[in-house]
Design a protein around this ligand. Structure first.
Ligand code: SF4
Length: 358
């Protein structure tokens, strides 16, 4: 390794590589091409050292997650010219809509936070039943409660099982606080109308979302999706299972990176520092970090065409439903998400009666 190739040079090179890649629209190589380059060139290379290229300092591996693997970034090449960046034919565009979601190919999944989930999720279960949604409860919370990354792991496991069983799409729904307010056919129709191949997430208000906001993170999310107010809420999201699995894999890889204290130049390190270990396990923050890393996988429902998040509203649900000026919050939505839904018995009937229908 070159003597001048110290940590600062490597950090500088990584920053340049990242900005080159972002500028080019974040193109990534296909899985087979990543495998070919890694196995043919990097793995046997004398500069390869346990997942890192000692020459350039970048991480090289088999992962398809571009920022965590130089080979996946289609703008990059070997600093010793063993493999080149001229592989435009291998570039993968952001996912594109190819199929439509139907009752048959879509699964609605939830993981329950508590063993007594039947009582705690009354609103969700009843609203699913009323609107023809066949909802699958995967686990109870003993397996993940208090460790939110476990929630992602458990969900990944179940999503894979449904993929093996032939499902193509999944709606991932928080076990509490969510209610369906349209029929299954309308939900799917609205989803198909806006779906473009990226996983659609709830969009929340920037200042009120749970857990408490990190300003830097909020701003970075808004910048990544090019919307002033966008803030990801993981309470409900939907898309092709294949892309959901990529997002979950990326979220877990980022968690591991934070846990190991791996620092990288740029915005993610700043966010890691600001958040500290306090939010390391929070699934919502992990999805937000994943979005900042790979925005081409995420679509935010900024116009609330599919989901409405009510948590940003200072009044309770009853007041919202009684106030016509607030009906715009859910005018278009098919699914609503709010911490208040299951916290007050008297609101339940209002949800089921769909008081806000036009
Ligand atoms: S990028 Fe090039 S120098 Fe670095 S490990 Fe791979 S083949 Fe070797």
């Amino acid at each position: 390794m070159n003597e001048t190739n110290n940590i600062f040079n490597r950090a500088y090179r990584y920053t340049r590589a990242l900005s080159r890649w972002i500028k080019a629209g974040r193109p990534v190589r296909r899985e087979a091409e990543i495998k070919r380059i890694f196995e043919t060139f990097c793995n046997p290379c004398e500069d390869y050292d346990e997942g890192t290229c000692r020459y350039c300092g970048c991480r090289v591996n088999l992962m398809q997650v571009a920022p965590l693997n130089k080979i996946a970034m289609a703008t990059e090449e070997c600093p010793l010219a063993k493999w080149d960046g001229n592989t435009m034919n291998t570039i993968v565009e952001p996912p594109r809509k190819q199929m439509i979601a139907t009752r048959e190919n879509t699964v609605f999944l939830t993981i329950a936070a508590y063993s007594d989930y039947e009582a705690k999720t009354e609103v969700l279960c009843k609203s699913a039943e009323d609107h023809g949604v066949s909802l699958v409860f995967c686990d109870t919370g003993e397996l993940w409660q208090g460790f939110y990354h476990h929630k992602i792991e458990r969900m990944t496991k179940h999503v894979k099982l449904f993929q093996k069983a032939g499902k193509l799409f999944a709606f991932i729904i928080d076990c509490r606080d969510v209610a369906f307010i349209e029929s299954i056919d309308t939900i799917l129709k609205k989803f198909n109308a806006i779906y473009d191949g990226r996983v659609i997430f709830n969009n929340d208000m920037p200042t009120e979302a749970w857990p408490s906001c990190n300003d830097f993170l909020t701003q970075a999310v808004a910048d990544a999706v090019d919307d002033q107010y966008a803030r990801l809420n993981a309470g409900a999201f939907a898309g092709e299972i294949e892309t959901i699995l990529k997002i979950q894999h990326l979220a877990m890889a980022l968690r591991q990176e934070m846990k190991e204290g791996i620092s990288r130049p740029g915005i993610l390190t700043k966010i890691y520092q600001d958040m500290g270990t306090k939010y390391l396990d929070d699934d919502q923050h992990l999805y937000q970090l994943a979005l900042i890393d790979s925005p081409q996988l995420f679509q935010m429902d900024c116009n609330k065409e599919l989901f409405a998040v009510l948590s940003a509203y200072p009044k309770d649900l009853r007041e919202i439903s009684d106030d016509p000026r607030r009906h715009d919050v859910i005018n278009n939505a098919a699914i609503i998400h709010s911490p208040w839904l299951s916290h007050g018995q008297e609101w339940h009937d209002r949800v089921f009666q769909n008081q806000w229908e036009r």
